[in-house]
Ligand binder design. Structure first.
Ligand code: MEV
Length: 445
């Protein structure tokens, strides 16, 4: 294997040249790569600078799920997803629930956290005793980083010494809580934590109580935690059981509720089902997270860890009946921002926020959670009634037809022919080929 050095420093034309050498149909590939670049050089430059070694852009569909009634307000949810049927599922649930009180969401607090991880060879009691003083130094010493955030009502909320010697010899953390307001705040938190490291070292070096000039401490790393259990959002839908009849059909509403609740309980007891169940929740959540320029990897990582917080991975949502009312609800950690980072830079992320009425971070958390609950409701409803394939198949057929370059006439004929049938690539290809052959022979389908 040849190692490529200095790739990032090469001009785009050279990078492209190296890539094209790996592709079969060079001219066609070049045409495709170029066609995905933005015609406005300024916009393209902006996108190039979001990442590194950028060659072109990768388009994903941007859809809208209307009729989301959330805490009494109606939203159109911008959703970015490549998965056919996610937007349709969200929109179907949203419309259904808009006539049944809509989604209720709640965020109690928004505290993020991060840790300075270090080992300590010195005396535990001395470290513990000096910590209140060190805490003051850490707060003072990060003042230049936190002053702007403080003006916006945020900043460092807590700093604790955590003794972790039970898991590893000499291991400690300085663990801090941060209020980053409407921003995601990752850079802010990491800057504070790295500064903690420098201040801590300096504190040890200059304090008489620590004889070895700071050598007792070995700083391992400073980094925020994506386990954002201080940023929990709860979303819920509920209605009288008999008001579910429309979606329950052909089942009676109470039978639908029994099966629905059973399906959610199964997800809570079986990891194989739980992961798929939760994936159905992230279908809706990630799409809005992406559309608003937020970090879906962080949201997913926190969500899955939360699903395993009891030591066993289970369902993120729960359902049941209370006083004759069916409910589906979930509480999930969700750290997102509405200012700073890509949210303010990416033109479509800005538009998404505008479409949502420029929410603050707490409101956006509720919107995203509602999106996730909507796709979860749609998926489980289908699973316990018609199954998901009938809905998926229509989109699947459309994707296959597009791959085959089918025209409108072929698409209409295929939709008629495959209605109610199982759809696979080979069958659709055979159908389209037969149609084209007939056509060449002068016959019309
Ligand atoms: C497909 O993307 C998502 C579902 O599998 C979710 C679920 O099974 O609950 C339909």
């Amino acid at each position: 294997m040849t190692i490529i050095s200095g790739f990032s420093r090469l001009p785009r034309s050279k990078k492209l040249e190296m890539l094209l050498g790996k592709l079969n149909d060079r001219e066609k590939a070049l045409g495709e790569i170029e066609s995905y670049r933005h015609p406005d050089p300024e916009v393209q430059k902006l996108h190039d600078e979001f990442s590194e070694n950028t060659i072109t852009n990768f388009h994903l569909p941007y859809g809208i799920a209307p009729n989301f009634l959330i805490n009494g307000r109606t939203y159109m949810l911008p959703m970015v997803t490549e998965e056919s049927s996610v937007v349709a599922a969200a929109a179907r649930s949203a419309k259904f629930w808009s006539a049944r009180g809509g989604f209720r969401t709640r965020v109690d607090q928004m505290i993020k956290n991060g840790q300075l991880h270090f080992t300590w060879k010195g005396d535990h009691a001395r470290l513990k005793e000096a910590f209140p003083e060190l805490r003051e130094r850490l707060l003072e010493g990060t003042g230049h980083i936190t002053s702007n955030m403080k003006k916006r009502g945020g900043g460092i909320e807590s700093i604790e010494l955590v003794d972790k010697r039970d898991v590893m010899e000499g291991y400690y953390q300085i663990s801090a809580g941060f209020d980053t307001g409407d921003s995601m705040g990752a850079n802010f938190i990491n800057s504070c934590l790295e500064e903690f490291g420098r201040i801590f070292k300096e504190f040890l070096r200059t304090d008489q109580r620590f004889g070895e000039g700071g050598k007792e401490a070995d700083i391992i790393m400073a980094i925020l935690s994506n386990y954002t259990d201080g940023c929990l959002v709860t979303a819920e839908i509920s209605c009288e059981t008999d008001r579910l009849q429309e979606i329950a059909s052909p089942l009676p509403a109470d039978e639908f509720v029994r099966k629905f609740c059973m399906a959610v309980r199964i997800a809570d007891t079986d990891i194989r089902r739980a992961v798929t169940h939760n994936k159905g929740i992230f279908n809706g959540m990630d799409a809005v997270v992406l559309a608003t320029g937020n970090d879906f990897r962080a949201v997913e990582a926190a969500g899955h860890a939360w699903a395993a917080r009891s030591g066993r991975y289970g369902s993120l949502s729960e359902s049941g009946t209370e006083n004759g009312r069916f409910f589906l609800r979930m509480t999930i950690p969700l750290a997102v921002g509405t200012v700073g980072g890509i949210t303010g830079l990416h033109p479509m992320a800005r538009r998404s926020l505008e479409i949502l009425g420029n929410p603050g971070a707490k409101e956006l958390m509720g919107i995203i959670a509602a999106g996730g609950l909507a796709t979860n409701f749609a998926a489980v409803s289908s699973l316990v009634t018609s199954g998901i394939q009938s809905g998926h198949m229509r989109m699947h057929l459309s994707n296959i037809l597009n791959l085959l370059g089918a025209d409108e006439r072929e698409k209409e004929a295929a939709a008629r022919f495959f209605s109610g049938k199982n759809i696979g690539y080979a069958a659709v290809e055979a159908f389209v080929n037969a149609m084209r052959k007939e056509n060449n022979n002068g016959n019309q389908y």
